[in-house]
Structure formats: structure tokens, C-alpha cells
Design a protein around this ligand. Sequence first.
Ligand SMILES: [Zn+2]
Length: 500
Amino acid sequence: MKKYYPFFLFLSLFLSAITVFAQVAKPHELTVEERIKNQFNRISGKVILDYVRELSSDKFEGRLTGTKGYNDAAEWSVSLFKKWGLKPAGGGNSYYQKFPNPYTLVLDSGELSLNIPSGKDTIKKYYKYELDYYPGATSDSGTLTAEVVFVGYGITAPELNYDDYAGIDVKGKIVLFNPEVPFSPDKDPGLFKMWRPYSFHNYKMENAAKHGAAGVLYNYHIVNPNCAFIKGQIHVDIGKTVTDDIFSGTGKTIQELLRKIIDEKRPASFNTGKTVTMRCRTEHNPNGVGLNVIAKIEGIDPALKDEPVIIGAHLDHIGMSDKLMPGANDNASGVSVLYAAAEALSKVNIPFRRSIIFILFGAEEQGVKGSEFYIQNPSVPVEKIKAFLNLESVGRGEIISAGSGKNYPELFNIMESVNNKLVHRKLTASFNSNIARPRQDAAHFLWAKIPSISFGAYGSAPVSVPTYHTTNDKPEYLTPEIMEDLAKIVFLSAIELAEK
Ligand SMILES: [Zn+2]
């Protein structure tokens, strides 16, 4: 990467002058500085929040990639990009880049109940949708009543001499396991690397099927479409109320057993003796098609225009799961900040040396698939991409975080400088070792060695209900001020990057 030079003119006030621009401005026209200032001042948190409201409304059905709701959201985005004069950059003359994307619709709230023996009878305890469980977002349809076997992390790793299924029969039963692996990528990176292949949700579901389990209770209480659809496998995502009931009377707790696995690096599987009934009604679409939406402002420098700055955000969310999953923060916020920056950059009416490419990724929620496909099929060779700025769940907070800002300090310095001069928002940078399974679109860009920063937001007072991947990720919990500030930082940083 080329060294970033402090853009001293820019930072002096707005832009006082840039040689290439200076020749453009004629006396009766607005100066470059005035144009930038005008667009900067037009960026509005209210307008951004209106975009969020629209994207997270019923109309787009939670934006699960492959569905009509998602495609409509993509089409609406294209209509905005066209209105602002952005050019198509999805290939050919299209704003769309298509990729294969199987998806599953959840058609109702399903059922989860505990069957409690009482003499010759059984008493049923029904759990509540959302509060206690979600039907698996990639579960097959069906009803299953079976015994529950706890199998730790659901991992079979012969090379690590570890098998949660060793010596325990799960055929026709329901296995209960935890997400992730016993070791954290941040605290134990060395250990984590060895266990990484077992951290994928898909792996765990497939391993359960391989051992003959008929169903899965996943101790991961969110709606999660990043999971395998396996013919005949019923899967339900549960929280503490359900695990407490399943462990009650066994003399063990799930927390204690998970701790033991971590400490002793040995499985702690056992048959809980409890029986549950689970029902899911879903529709799997193996031939789904995903879309990335790609638009650009073309640069004027013959060489640098093919060494673009990319600004990205994932457009998708997790769909309907019976009720609407609005995804206001995740990630209507990021998309709306991108719209605001794109509009300002398209209207600022100054020639950029580099092209600026805007990408709305599909299928982030289904395993970060849209950005993976883009990196495999990029608009320009990946090594020519100057920088990538990602916007991920940026709608709620008091502080802006710049993920991997510490990996790319020259890039972060630009954001920090424009923020310090003109925005004055608290802004923090972090280091990203990026060794875990991909959780953000920036992961694929970082693996491709593209200087990247992934913006987020944090530091708000907590709301009373869980919002992440639930029905409560609503616009009313967002803070428009932080989105406005971030759009301004992205706008100014993109101008600077497009000139370097
Ligand atoms: Zn998400």
C-alpha cells in the first residue's frame, strides 16, 4: 500500500484548494471547498433514519437474500442510485451481481414443549416463541418428539483427540449443544486456530446428522439463517429458560459443564432423560439467487480510476421467522449511511481521481456469502482496490468503532483527522486478527489483503429487550445523530481517499 500523506489542505478548513480542482472552479462557480461544505451540511440524520424506517418496514419482509422482499429492497436501492446519477458496476450494464444462494422460509412460529411424566400421563410445558425459542431458520419441516442428549459443543475432532459424541448413542434423539468452540480467537488464538473448522454452525448441524440425531436444540437464542438445511433434520434455537428446564433435576447445569469442557478439554456429554416435542414449518429453496448491488462514481484519472475506493454495507437481514425481523440496526443503518454518503459524493460535483464503488452485499446473514462472491469476482483485480470501508450495525450508540483501524493506521488516520476537525464524535480503533469464521463482509476483504475498516457503533444505554436478530431491532431504538456523523466521516474520507 502506498503511504497516506496528510491531506493538509483539506484539513485546514474544508478543502481550501486541490490543484486538480482549482483549475475546474471558475469565478462564478462555487469553489470546491463550498461544494464540499454544502454537501457535508446536507447530510441529515433525519433523512438517514427515514431510509432505515423504509428498509426495515413490512414492505421488504426482513430482506432475507433470495426472497422477493430482498429483491425489492435491492431494486429500491438501485432506483436511488440511478436518481443520484451513479453508474452500474455489477457487470455488463447492470447494477446487480448474481450468485447462487439457497434459502429457507420459516412459515410459522412452530412449537417447542417439554413433556413431563406424571404417573401414566404426560404434562406439557409449552415454551414461548421468541421469549424462549425460535424455530430454526434453516430447519426442515416436521414434528419430532424425542429424548434430549447434551453433547457439549457438538464437535468430533479426532486430530484433537476430542469427540462430544464418543460413547453416547444419539440415534433418533435430539442433541443439545452450544455454538462456537471452547477457545476464543482473541484470548487463545493458537488453540482457536486448531478448533476453527468446528466453529461453523453448518459443521455442527452436519455432524449431528452424521451421528444419526433426528433433531437439534441449539443453545443460540437468535434467528440465525447462517446454518445448514439438512433433509429430515428439525432444529430449534433455544435460550436459558429451556436449557434450565432440561438440566433441572440432573444435578448439573449447562454453564458448569461448558466450563468443565474448557478447563479439562474433555467432553461432558450425557443423556438428560428429558423429552421434548419440536415442530417447524419451513420451505427450502435450493435454487435461490442472491444479489449484490454495485454502483460507482467513475474517477477521471486513467490509471487510478481502476484502483477504486469501495464503500460497502450488507443489505440483507434474516427475513420473517413468522414475524418480521426488521433489522433496523443490522443493517438498515449501514445501508442508510451508505445512501447518505453516496448521495453527497454524487452531488458534490468535483472530479475524483479514483472511482468510488458502492456495494450493497447480499447474504451476509447466510454466511457472509455476497462479499465472498464479490472478492472471487471483483469489479477490478483485488490487489488494485485502494481501500474498503464497511458499515455494519452503525445505528445505535454514542461511539463509532473502526474495526481493524489498528491494522491499517494510515487509513484510520484519515478518518480520525476528518473527525477531529469537523465531526467531533468519539471514535475508537481496534485490532482485528480476523482468524475466526467470517462474521462481517470486511473479513473477505481483509483476507484478500485490502486495507479495510469496518465501522460499527456502541456505547448506548441498553434497551430492555434483546434486539440482535430479534423482532425488536427497530428504528425507534436507533440514534440518528451517530449515523449522521458517520455518513459525514465516510463522505469526507472518501473524497480524500479518491484523491490519493
Ligand atoms: Zn446480523
